[in-house]
Design a protein around this ligand. Structure first.
Ligand code: BTN
Length: 337
C-alpha cells in the first residue's frame, strides 16, 4: 500500500512542482520573481525557501535580483515532483512514484491495479532487484543508469490490449529516443527497440484479470540510458547497447522519461480511436517489416517474409509456400534484408 503524505507535505510538494514547472518551461531563460509567485498562493519567503531546498537536492538555480531565477542544471536523480512538473494533463504519468529500489516495478503497479487505483499511475525505480523481461528472462536494472518504469492502464479494448499497448509503447519509446537521444531508434517486433541492430530498450506488457474486478494492463519499459558497456551483461554485449554507448555522452534521464511519457500518452489515447494510424507509424519505424526472417514460436520456427502488422499487433509472415501465418508472440531469431 502507498502511504498518504501529510497535508502540509502536499502543499510543499505542489510548490516545488510549481517552481520546477516554470523553470523547466523557461528552458534555461530567467523566470521573473512575480511569475514564480503567480498562482502559488504563498509568500515570496516560502518560494525562496523552496528554491533553497531544491538547491540542496542538487538543482543549479541562478538567482538574479532583477531578472528572477533560471535553471542551469538538474541532478541526475529521478524525482516524482520533477517528472510531474514536466507533464501536463496527461493520463500516463498523472500520478508518479519513484522508488530507490524495488523488486520489479511491474509488480508494484500490478498490486496498485488490483487495489483499484486509476489508470495512469507510473512507477519508476532507480534500480530493480528482480527486473524481468519477456519469457521470464532477467532484466538487468543497474542503479541510476537507465529508466526502469511501469504504467498502469485500463484500455477500453479488452484482451487485444497486450499487443496494442506494446505497439503504442514501441512507437513512443523509439520516437522519444530518436528526438531526445539523437539516435536512429527502430522497432524490432515484438517488443525490442534497437539502434544499429543492437537492443537499447525492451517492453513487457502484462494483463491482469483480478477476480470480480476489471481487467487492467501493466506496461513495463526498460531503457538503457547511461549504462557503460561494462554495465551490460557480458553475454549480451554484442547484441545490447545504451544511449551513452551509442552517442558517447551522458543523457538527462528525467528529460527522456518525460518525453517517453508524453509520447506514450498521445499514442495510448490514439490507440483507442485510430489504431491504423499507430500501425502506420510503427511500420515506418520497424526494423522487421519487409525482411525475410525466422521467428521462434514455442518449439516451432516460422520462416518467411514479414509483410505487415495486423490490427491487434500480431505479425503477418508470408511463408515461401505463400501461406500467411499470424504470429501473436515469438522471438525473431534471424533476419536478413
Ligand atoms: C524485454 O525486453 O523482454 C522486456 C524488458 C522490460 C523491462 C522493464 S524494466 C521496468 C519493468 N519492470 C520489470 O520487471 N520489467 C519491466
Amino acid at each position: 500500500m502507498i502511504r498518504n503524505r501529510s497535508i502540509g507535505r502536499i502543499a510543499h510538494v505542489n510548490l516545488s512542482q510549481n517552481i520546477l514547472r516554470k523553470l523547466h518551461g523557461a528552458r534555461s531563460d530567467f523566470v521573473s520573481n512575480s511569475d514564480l509567485l503567480a498562482g502559488a498562493s504563498v509568500s515570496s519567503a516560502l518560494v525562496s525557501a523552496e528554491i533553497e531546498a531544491l538547491r540542496r537536492l542538487g538543482y543549479d538555480i541562478e538567482s538574479h535580483p532583477h531578472l528572477g531565477c533560471r535553471l542551469r542544471g538538474a541532478p541526475d536523480r529521478l524525482m516524482a515532483d520533477d517528472l510531474l512538473a514536466r507533464m501536463s494533463n496527461s493520463v500516463v504519468g498523472s500520478r508518479i512514484l519513484v522508488f530507490q529500489q524495488t523488486g520489479s516495478t511491474n509488480d508494484v503497479v500490478a498490486r496498485q491495479g488490483t487495489d483499484g487505483v486509476p489508470e495512469g499511475l507510473t512507477v519508476f525505480a532507480e534500480s530493480q532487484t528482480a527486473g524481468r523481461g519477456r519469457q521470464g528472462r532477467v532484466w538487468q536494472s543497474p542503479a541510476g543508469k537507465g529508466l526502469w518504469f511501469s504504467v498502469l492502464l485500463r484500455p477500453s479494448y479488452g484482451v487485444v490490449a497486450a499487443g496494442r499497448l506494446t505497439v503504442a509503447a514501441s512507437v513512443a519509446v523509439a520516437g522519444a529516443l530518436t528526438r531526445a537521444g539523437g539516435v536512429d531508434a527502430r522497432i524490432k517486433w515484438p517488443n525490442d527497440i534497437t539502434v544499429g541492430g543492437r537492443k537499447i530498450a525492451g517492453i513487457l506488457t502484462e494483463l491482469h484479470q483480478p477476480v470480480g474486478k476489471p481487467m487492467f494492463a501493466v506496461l513495463g519499459i526498460g531503457i538503457d540510458v547511461n549504462c557503460a558497456e561494462s554495465d551490460l551483461p557480458p553475454d549480451l554485449r554484442s547484441i545490447a547497447t545504451s544511449l551513452s554507448v551509442e552517442t558517447g555522452a551522458a543523457h538527462d534521464r528525467a528529460a527522456l522519461a518525460a518525453e517517453v511519457l508524453r509520447d506514450l500518452d498521445a499514442w495510448y489515447r490514439l490507440s483507442a480511436v485510430d489504431f491504423d494510424a499507430l500501425i502506420t507509424r510503427w511500420a515506418e519505424l520497424s526494423a522487421t517489416l519487409g525482411r525475410h526472417l525466422s521467428v521462434r514460436v514455442g518449439s516451432e520456427t516460422v520462416e518467411g517474409f514479414a509483410q505487415a502488422l495486423d490490427g491487434d499487433g500480431a505479425l503477418l509472415v508470408r511463408r515461401d509456400n505463400g501461406r500467411v501465418e499470424r504470429i501473436v508472440s515469438g522471438d525473431v531469431v534471424k533476419q536478413r534484408v
